[in-house]
Write a protein that binds this ligand. Structure first.
Ligand code: PDD
Length: 280
């Protein structure tokens, strides 16, 4: 069945939504995006995602075509029209269509599209097997742009080896996963890379770190190596589309006893519980 999608003010069947071949999102990846999770038909961490959207746009000297209230209305309308109970809403804003030129166009009407993806988010999680691979992405990974080819290539490299995902490595340290933030647990201490231009400031990451602090568990925000991952008691990743997901293998080496660890499992449960409370 065809989804109803949103494009520049209109709700239309997905087959009818069209974007110009001159759109700078298409020609230059001159666009930013957000993915907001949907649970029980409600939006999780909506304000966090919209705040990061505003920041991404600001860093690229773009405006947000809609207000927070309008964004919320469109998100809710899409969730309702498509009957999504669990899944996500994808939103993308581009600088718009203009004749191809490296200079930013003046006054090009921006393109904004949104669509839903239904997928199960709750339930038992199998531990992921990951590989390490060089991080070949650009230097502003803190901006959530649609330049995702390097991430996609890293994921494919993992798939070709029969694994689930890739953790990206720069200067000997893990930056993040192909589309998630990464963590290890050692001696009851949580280690995750500090925020900088090298990684995306995950909305799930922020929420999980808050929960971890409340659990009285020590947090160390610093880069860690692939060797540390292999030696860890536990490893996991976070993203809006997977919450807290255990990682059980790195480059063929089992992490601890090679099964999902209790901390990742517990954090996932608490995260879902808390996110549900503030869902809108
Ligand atoms: N990806 N790091 C990268 C490179 C990401 O692409 C993502 C999210 C994250 C986690 O951020 P958050 O917790 O706010 O989802 C970290 C989304 C889900 C995607 O591209 O589908």
């Amino acid at each position: 069945m065809s989804r109803t999608v949103y494009i520049n003010g209109a709700f239309v069947p997905e087959e009818e939504a069209q974007v110009s071949i001159f759109d700078r999102g298409f020609l230059f990846a001159d666009a930013v995006y957000e993915v907001t999770a949907v649970l029980d038909g409600k939006l999780l961490e909506f304000d966090g995602h919209m705040a990061r959207l505003a920041r991404s746009l600001g860093e690229l000297e773009m405006e947000c075509p809609l207000t927070r209230g309008e964004l919320l209305e469109v998100h809710r309308e899409l969730v309702e029209r498509n009957g999504v109970e669990q899944g996500g809403v994808y939103l993308q804003v581009t600088r718009g269509a203009a004749d191809r030129d490296f200079v930013f166009p003046k006054n090009a009407p921006q393109t904004m599209v949104m669509f839903t993806q239904a997928r199960p988010l709750t339930g038992e999680k199998k531990g992921l097997k990951v590989i390490s691979t060089p991080d070949i992405r650009w230097g502003r990974r803190d901006i959530k742009t649609v330049q995702l080819l390097a991430a996609s290539m890293s994921k494919m490299a993992a798939k070709k080896q029969g694994k689930d995902d890739a953790w990206l490595v720069e200067d000997g340290f893990v930056t993040e996963g192909s589309s998630n933030n990464t963590y290890i647990v050692k001696d009851n201490k949580l280690v995750t890379r500090h925020l900088s231009n090298s990684i995306l400031p995950g909305i799930t990451r922020a929420a999980v770190l808050k929960l971890v602090a409340e659990l009285d568990m020590e947090i160390e925000e610093r880069p860690f190596t692939v060797e540390e991952v292999k030696q860890a008691d536990e490893a996991f990743m976070t993203a809006a589309t997977s919450f807290v997901c255990p990682v059980v293998e790195m480059d063929g080496t089992a992490i601890s006893d090679g099964v999902p660890g209790p901390i990742a499992k517990r954090l996932n449960e608490i995260y879902i519980e808390e996110a549900r409370k503030s869902a809108i």
